[in-house]
Ligand binder design. Structure first.
Ligand code: ATP
Length: 458
């Protein structure tokens, strides 16, 4: 990998990212017409496409490019004993304090990150009028009722992580996937946490999506696979365009480790609000399988025919958030520059992540150009996600595509009508080359398969 330039400070504010996401229809605050509901977001057209691409790239890395991992899609509602076994009922808590004066709630361990309700320049507890309660433990799981009768036996929980849906299917997968350790089970899905403090846009919300993979290994190989997955996951982000200087791997101190983990390292990204967790890579040991075996009475182990004995595999878990990953890709790609005296905002997204790969634009809306462009659009769209746009000046249309990160602009002009060539505009270099319209879709599809390096690295 090439030397990364020193990155000293985030180049974009969160406000700028939020504004772009709203302006271009990536992400909207949820329930806006009713005044919004704190920290929930709806994804618009380009947001959905970008999210899908992030997830597709994760699936590609997990199952497309290797054959030791299988997919699963488990239910959000699971037997309540799952959460007893996993330790979530008992231990998935954050310490909460209330302020009797301003009626706000804070995480007791994050007071220095919060603002006092009466005097925002101070932290809760620092202002004379603050009146904080003692801290009490607050379980982050959302409780709900299954079935029409609300009684004790009907309590269920919205899953706070996707991982447990994998552990409880360990036996099914072992039987049907014909895998032996080391092998993995991967899942993408929604998780829910009743976070006390949310914020920083989609960084921390109460409903979010996770991409988690549990990799089952012989116990004596756990450390080596832990290192392997830390490297793999760092590589995934950098190959998709995140600059290495904005990523770091931070091992958890002993006091930070979750109840199930013997070692965890967070992959952190330099978000506009500072270094924050993007993904955790944990060595969960045999905690989960042992717990579920104990609670369910099922044997959750692997019989190794070579050794002639059964053992409980250890588990290495890379656990990422779709929303955080997407936010980091947008932040890292965001750039503003001045071109011929005019400001241009551009998302320099990896072409495979870009919601739209090519925009087909007639130079003007006359002289047969729209018709020719529409024909070409149909050809290109059959190969790569594309858009057709004929409204407004060509400059404005390019700017719009730059803001959603479209890597290629294809313009049909007078010359196209004569010799069948079009201009191909590159989002990053702004270079324009004259190329044959015939077969252009296929050529762009082929370019999507090539390695890519963000132009921000020079
Ligand atoms: P944090 O310390 O930020 O609360 P965590 O360590 O509790 O995160 P994990 O349980 O390891 O998070 O979950 C794995 C990943 O899921 C995180 O790295 C993050 O990308 C994502 N994630 C967790 N909680 C949230 C949330 N409330 N909103 C959005 N994404 C989340």
């Amino acid at each position: 990998m090439a030397e990364a330039p020193e990155t000293t400070a985030p180049e974009v504010t969160l406000e700028e990212v939020v504004a772009l996401c709203k302006r271009r229809g990536f992400i909207f605050p949820s329930s806006e017409i009713y005044g919004g509901i704190g920290s929930t977001y709806d994804y618009g057209h380009y947001g959905v496409l970008l999210r899908n691409n992030v997830k597709n790239e994760w699936w590609r890395a997990m199952i497309g490019e290797r054959d030791d991992i299988v997919a699963i899609d488990s239910a959000i509602l699971q037997h309540p004993r799952v959460w007893e076994a996993s330790g979530h009922l008992e231990g998935f808590t954050d310490p909460l304090v209330d302020c009797r004066t301003c009626k706000l709630r804070f995480r007791a361990d994050k007071l220095e990150e919060a603002q006092c309700g009466r005097k925002p320049s101070k932290h809760p507890g620092e202002f004379a009028e603050c009146d904080l309660t003692d801290a009490r433990e607050f379980n982050l799981m959302f409780e709900t009722q299954v079935g029409p009768v609300k009684d004790q036996g009907s309590t269920a929980y919205l899953r706070p992580e996707t991982a447990q849906g994998i552990f409880i299917n360990f036996k099914n997968v072992l039987q049907f996937a014909r895998k032996k350790p080391p092998f993995g089970i991967a899942q993408i899905g929604k998780s829910f946490r009743n976070e006390i403090t949310t914020g920083n846009f989609v960084f921390r919300t109460r409903e979010f999506e996770q991409m988690e993979m549990e990799y089952f290994v012989p116990p004596d190989e756990a450390e080596q696979w832990h290192r392997y997955w830390m490297d793999e996951r760092m590589r995934w982000y950098t190959e998709l365009g995140i600059r290495p200087a904005n990523l770091t791997l931070r091992p958890h101190g002993p006091e930070e480790l979750s109840h199930y983990s013997s070692a965890t390292s967070d992959i952190e990204y330099l978000f506009p609000m500072g270094w924050s967790e993007l993904e955790g890579v944990a060595n969960r040991g045999d905690f989960d399988l042992t717990q579920h075996a104990r609670m369910s009475g099922e044997k959750l182990e692997y019989f190794d025919p070579d050794r002639g004995e059964a053992y409980i595999p250890h588990v290495i878990e890379p656990a990422a958030g779709v929303d955080r990953a997407m936010l980091s890709f947008i932040v890292d790609a965001y750039e503003t520059e001045e071109i011929e005296g005019r400001k241009r905002t551009v998302l320099r997204l990896h072409p495979r992540l870009a919601p739209v790969k090519a925009a087909v634009l007639p130079l003007v809306s006359r002289d047969g150009m729209p018709e020719r462009a529409r024909e070409l659009y149909a050809d290109v769209r059959a190969q790569v996600p594309a858009e057709y746009d004929e409204g407004g000046s060509i400059g404005k249309r390019y700017r719009r595509q730059d803001e959603i990160g479209t890597p290629w602009g294809i313009t049909v002009d007078g010359q196209t009508m004569e010799d069948g060539t079009v201009t191909l505009r590159d989002r990053d270099s702004l270079g324009q080359e004259r190329v044959p319209a015939d077969g252009l879709g296929e050529r762009l599809a082929a370019r999507l398969g090539e390695p890519w390096r963000t132009p921000k690295l020079g």
